[in-house]
Each structure stands twice: as C-alpha cells, then as structure tokens.
Design a protein around this ligand. Structure first.
Ligand code: BES
Ligand code: MN
Length: 462
C-alpha cells in the first residue's frame, strides 16, 4: 500500500520503522536476545548500505553499535545518539494490535518502540542519509551511537564513555529522545529529571500461612501497603525526611517555558479523569519537582479463585524522579531511613537500588551566538528554529522535561559535550504503555525539519 499523503521519503521511513520495530528488543528481558540481535542487524544493515563503517562494542548486557563515516580529521564531527532497546510491552491484553507487529490505523503507527526510540532515531538517520545521498561530499565526519541498555539505566555507558572519550568528542551532538507539550510544537529540551529506581522487599514469615491462623499473624502484603502509603502526605508531597532539601527553584527563563502550555491538553492526552494532589501547577510539578512513584506491587495470591493465605513476602518497585540539585545516593539513604522508621517489628525489609541517574541541565549559553563554545550548537539551534517555524508553523519551544535519560550527566561529565535534544513525544504517544504510537503526520513533519536542518548544515561555508 502506498501512503500518498506523506510523500515518498517519509514512506521509506515508515516502511523501515515497521520492520525495525518488529524485532522485540526488550533490554530488561533475558529471553529477548534474538530480538536485540535482529534490531542491531536491521539498523547496522541500513547504516552500512549508506556508507557507514559499523562496529559493535560490548557493554554491560547488550552491545552498543557505533557507526562512522569520516572524511578528515580536520572536518567538524556530528554525533547522533539513539537507543535500540525498548520497554517491556506488558500488559499484552491491552494492545489493540500486537506490540511487535507495527500496524497503521487511521494514520497512526502502533507498536512498541515506534516512538521511543526506534522511531525517533529512524527519522533522524533517514533524514541524514537522504541528505548525504544528495550531497556525498558533505564536509562533516559523522558518527552514530546506538545504545542497547538505555531502558535499563545505561549500566555500560560510563565505562564506554571513558574509554571512547576522544573518539566521540564532536562539535555537534544530537539526541532525539524527549518530549514536547503538544503535537503542534517541537521542543528543545533544556533539562531532564534524574532518576532512582529500587525494589522494596517485605518478609514477615518463612512461608505463607493458612489465613485461619490469622489475627495475630503478620501479613507481608499488608505491611507493604502501609509502607507505601506512608511515603506521601495527603497533599501529594513525598513524606521522606530531607527529600526536598536540595530542590532548586527553576530560573525565570525555565519558568517562562510553561507559558501557554495547556494543562487541559495534558490531562486529556494522558487520558486521566483528574490530576492527583500536587504542589503548584500540574505542569510545574511535572517538570520542576521531584516525585516518588510506586511502579508495581506484588505479593500473595493473584491467581484465579480462592486461596486463603497470609502472604509471607511482598514486593514493590519504586522510582523517584529527581530535579537539580538532588543526588540519587542521598535520596536513596533518606528513603532507606524513612522505610526503616516505618517498618513494624513484625516485618523485615530489604531495599535494592536499580537504575540511577542525576538530573541534567543543558547550558543555555551554548545556544547564544556570542557564546563561548565553538558555535556549532548555536548554529544548529538557529537552523532548527527556522525549520520548525517553516514546517510546524509554530516556534521551537525550550522546555525542561519530566522524563530521564540516565546517561546524560555522565556524558556531560566525561566528554564535556551537551547534546541538542529536539523533542516531539507527547502523552498521546503512550511511551512505555500499551498502544505506543506515532502519527504518520508527526513522522513526516519531524523528518522534514531534520532534512532541512541537515541540508543547511552541510552546506560548505561558515
Ligand atoms: N525517551 C525516554 C526519556 C524521555 C521520555 C524523556 C519523554 C523526556 C520525555 C527514555 O527512553 C526513558 O524512558 N528513560 C527511562 C530511563 C529508565 C528506564 C532508566 C525513564 O525515563 O524512565
Ligand atoms: Mn527513550
């Protein structure tokens, strides 16, 4: 089937993405080795065909893919980052088409990874490679870094960055993996929240007990529920001593980025009835305040029918989003102390930290033409502004985001680079949730923006 309304170039993007997103590359799932490999082969095949040399570099669990097309050591370098791993697709029964059978319905492509992040880097790479075909003498060295562990907290990235620091250092670094306020705007992300994820285990007995013994017997599920309930006040504030100590208020510039974003759009796009209690406006709380979320609870009997037990064990997965200047280590200790204080003498708890990443801030001075940096980020920023205005018909917005890319601070600290992060995900795209999607119209518009930016950027001259 042809999709005439999006044009031949975008159609090639969509066709490739349908194949690429059909390989299940869930980095957290040990049974997805084959899908991880197929995804790497798929994107490596594309890059090789476009003249890139591609190598795989071992990381903690899944190798990352490093591709390059170099012309001369004197030429400036452009680095593109993306991740080929995806989040688990469960709960499967809520998908309207299978998560790894990317399907187009009413102008929208559905499938795990079609937005986050296979979709985003497919758009970027196709725009880049089309432009290279047109202009094979492009005066830039090009590098592409595709990670396979972003969705599990980038455990292999720090070592990789340290080892490849010099080879990676580039005049311009582009990373498309963040959000925007609505479908009509493209954003440039100026900050990301940090992250701390952990597992909380509660044990109250050596084995489950017959609930006929109940009355005096401790119940792990009950204790877990009470511990979790003790982590927030009725006003929505996190009830952990010291949690807000290091929270920095946003600058006037950052605050201004919330101007004319609609809370009603946010509510509708997320498909919620009403916001839960929070401090400040919903948009403020989402970007500038830290959170603590229960990601999942389990324990006891959840199967069909009756099983009258008192569970001996229960578990919760918890994640905190952190803002400047909170530190994941300090928050972990505060949380540990709070949970120990809440824990009754009839239970034992165990806390194991999982992913962590510091909050990240982009140095806004890099965008100013008179800035001290070599000037490429400022130039690319202007190109992005112009192309966005032309193609979206709206101004490029600067905004901090509520999500996290845990490797960002390591990139900044180890390589000194700060990526330009054009963002176009919205709550409608259902990242990490069932029915993840990306409208073809969004793919077409974002593709045209990057196509135009690369065409201009690769013109010889200043
Ligand atoms: N693409 C997201 C991050 C994102 C999404 C930033 C939307 C801004 C707006 C990224 O792939 C992601 O989901 N990261 C995880 C990291 C975690 C699993 C270690 C996150 O933020 O939960
Ligand atoms: Mn992502």
């Amino acid at each position: 089937m042809v999709l005439p309304e999006i044009g031949e170039e975008t159609e090639a993007v969509v066709r490739f993405l349908q194949r690429y997103a059909s390989y299940p590359s869930v980095s957290a799932d040990p049974t997805c080795e084959q899908g991880m490999r197929d995804s790497r082969d798929c994107i490596a095949g594309f890059l090789r065909q476009e003249g890139f040399a591609v190598e795989l570099v071992a990381a903690a669990k899944h190798p990352l893919l490093l591709a390059s097309r170099s012309i001369s050591p004197q030429a400036p370098s452009l680095l593109l980052y993306g991740h080929y791993d995806v989040q688990p697709p469960e709960p499967l029964e809520l998908w309207e088409s299978p998560p790894f059978t990317p399907t187009i319905r009413e102008g929208v492509l559905y499938g795990r990874g079609v937005a986050d992040n296979k979709g985003a880097h497919t758009i970027l790479l196709h725009a880049l490679c089309r432009t290279l075909r047109e202009n094979p003498s492009c005066p830039w060295n090009l590098r592409v870094l595709l990670e396979g562990e972003e969705e599990i907290g980038s455990p292999g990235m720090e070592a990789f960055l340290k080892e490849h620091r010099d080879a990676l250092r580039s005049e311009l670094f582009l990373l498309a993996d963040t959000g925007t306020c609505d479908e009509e705007h493209l954003s440039l992300t100026t900050g990301l929240r940090g992250l701390l994820t952990l597992e909380l285990g509660v044990t109250t007995a050596a084995t489950d007990l017959h609930s006929g013994l109940g009355g005096p017997m401790p119940n792990a599920a009950q204790v877990l529920a009470e511990l979790c309930a003790g982590l927030h006040g009725a006003d929505g504030r996190v009830n952990v001593g010291g949690f807000y100590d290091d929270v920095q208020a946003p600058s006037a510039e950052e605050l201004a980025s919330l101007r004319d974003i609609s809370e009603e759009d946010l509510r509708r796009d997320a498909g919620i009835q009403a916001f839960a209690p929070h401090e400040g406006s919903a948009l403020y709380a989402q970007r500038f305040l830290p959170t603590l979320e229960i990601n999942g609870l389990s324990g006891g009997w959840q199967g069909p029918g009756v099983k009258t037990i008192i569970p001996a064990k229960a578990r919760a997965k918890i994640s905190c989003r952190l803002v400047p200047d909170q530190s994941p280590e300090k928050i972990f200790q505060q949380l540990q102390k709070r949970l120990q204080d809440l824990c009754p003498p009839w239970a034992r708890i165990a806390l194991s930290p999982e992913a962590r990443g510091k909050p990240y801030r982009f140095p806004l001075e890099d965008l100013r033409p008179e800035g001290t940096s070599p000037g490429f980020p400022a130039r690319a920023f202007r190109l992005l502004q112009t192309a966005t205005r032309e193609i979206f018909g709206t101004p490029l917005r600067l905004s901090r985001e509520g999500g996290s890319i845990p490797l960002m601070c390591a990139v900044q600290e180890i390589t000194g680079m700060n990526p330009l992060m054009p963002g176009f995900f919205t709550a409608r795209h259902r990242l990490h949730a069932p029915n993840e999607n990306l409208p073809l119209a969004t793919i077409a518009r974002v593709y045209r923006v990057f196509r135009k930016c690369f065409q201009e950027l690769f013109q010889p001259g200043p």
